[in-house]
Ligand binder design. Structure first.
Ligand SMILES: Nc1ncnc2c1ncn2[C@@H]1O[C@H](COP(=O)(O)OP(=O)(O)OP(=O)(O)O)[C@@H](O)[C@H]1O
Length: 291
């Protein structure tokens, strides 16, 4: 069950957010020469529904960032197609913003200058309009008093919030988060999860969120896509039936326990494949010749 959250005026209109649907159809991508080929994703098919927060979880190295790069348009599938609202993704665009684990803030610019950089560069609106929007977003992410600070003067959680403001000023129809909270300390991570949820629940912007933490995925997601070991394929799609706004206490319900059990069972099975003699490339590892 998902409850509708009232539209906030702080962000893009629900119509724009609600329209963005992403479809991956039989997408494959590998790397290397023929003799040294590594199939990373193979015939991957799934859908990100409009206004949903879709979380991808999968074993380490299964190809999650490769999927992010393809959806963002930084990379191109070898076969298959990726559609955004029915149109093929043919390259990067400001309609899809990515927040990575590593900070992408420019260290020589203040938090404010980082946020206004994109729209100013592209000449989108007047200086006054961009300034107003930047201030509004920085206030919204709780950095109103940190506008003049440089990224190195911000904590990890603050840097992520600055990155969110920097992404949101572009009014993307799809926000892509690639393990954005990995590396944050044990206190900051749940705070950032909750903060991010409130932001999402205000406008329901279509969101693709990659994480290796199953609890984080369940807490955030409307749908969970569980991937196989490399080459990545969809092992399970799990709908998360928790109401919104999400609260931490919901995580102790029996249904969450059951979802977690299901997902962990699959992830364990997939991880074990690498230990049982299946190589990282999905091939059988030949036994070593004895001397
Ligand atoms: N540009 C590239 N050239 C060659 N190999 C690549 C390239 N990009 C990714 N790979 C390979 O694809 C595989 C999957 O990498 P990817 O980063 O997508 O996995 P991941 O699931 O995000 O990993 P992690 O769980 O560690 O974050 C890795 O073996 C990686 O070396």
């Amino acid at each position: 069950m998902v409850t509708t959250v009232p539209q906030s005026e702080i962000d893009i209109p629900a119509t724009a957010a609600g329209k963005s649907r992403v479809e991956l159809k039989n997408v494959s991508r590998g790397f290397g020469e023929e003799w040294d080929r590594e199939e990373v994703i193979k015939n991957l098919t799934f859908e990100i529904k409009p206004g949903d927060l879709t979380c991808i979880v999968g074993p380490s190295g299964c190809g999650k960032s490769t999927i992010v790069n393809l959806v963002a348009g930084y990379d191109t599938p070898e076969s298959g197609e990726i559609l955004l609202n029915g149109s093929p993704v043919r390259g990067p665009g400001k309609d899809r913003m990515v927040v990575f684990q590593e900070t992408a803030l420019m260290p020589w610019q203040t938090t404010y200058d980082n946020v206004v950089f994109g729209p100013l560069l592209r000449g989108e609106g007047t200086r006054a309009e961009i300034d107003k929007e930047a201030r509004r977003l920085l206030d919204r992410v709780g950095l109103g008093d940190f506008k003049k600070k440089y990224p190195s003067q911000l904590s990890g959680g603050m840097q992520r919030r600055a990155e969110l403001a920097r992404a949101l000023i572009n009014k993307p129809v799809l926000l892509i988060m690639d393990e954005p909270f990995r590396g944050l300390d044990a206190m900051s991570r749940p705070l950032m999860q909750e903060f991010f949820l409130r932001l999402f629940e205000e406008n329901r912007r279509t969101n693709l969120f990659v994480t290796s933490e199953i609890e984080e995925a369940i807490f955030l997601a409307d749908r969970l896509i569980v991937l196989s070991n490399r080459p990545a394929q969809v092992r399970a799609v799990i709908e998360i039936p928790l109401p919104r706004p999400r609260q931490f206490h919901m995580m102790s319900s029996p249904e969450v326990f059951e979802i977690k059990r299901q997902a962990l069972e699959i992830l364990h099975e997939e991880a074990m494949k690498s230990f049982r003699g299946q190589g990282a490339r999905g091939e059988q590892v030949r036994p070593q010749a004895q001397p």
